[in-house]
Unconditional design. Sequence first.
Length: 214
Amino acid sequence: MGGARKPFLELGGEPVLLHALRPFLADARVVSVAVALPDQDASKPPEWLTGLDPRIQVLAGGETRGASVARALAVLPEDVSVIAVHDAARPLVSADVVRSCIDLASSGVGAVAGCPVVDTMKTVDGEDFVTETPDRSTLWHAHTPQVFPAEMLRAAYSAATDHATDDAALVEVHGGRIRMVDDGGVNLKVTRPSDVPLAEAMLREIGGFEDPGA
């Protein structure tokens, strides 16, 4: 994003992070929300964030995604039974998906929002030559939220190295069962400049904001 701080980019006049938080704050079962930000933002978080909801606490994240999650886990209440991890840059997650993931984790298994792969996938070597064409019927894109029984996620992080690209990968190593939850393929992660107008168009379609120019 050319150095831009993705969580604070605006979609329809509101920060990406605000859109990402709303579905979790709407669920009465959510008792605490830890928002990990870069040091400079955590030391002086925006007023709209600190005043949004008393359940929110802001902390400084780590050098990596895993380190940030580990710091957030440390400030959550010890007695929570379920923990959800969500990317601030995913503003389109729905309340229904959040609820479904929490429901699954409450039953004792991990839940990962995502969608089935629809393209043919290729495995390549170090020089990008194709080595295999896996069966796409068994493949999913893994998004967030990723929600787990609290003990399951805490145990995975207590013994984890920081090389996994998502939390589910850490839990898998420790034998945790994880089920995918279809988010409809609209749970976009704002990664490139071109994602911003796309996310705004999708929010407009689902009623996420009013177009001031309409």
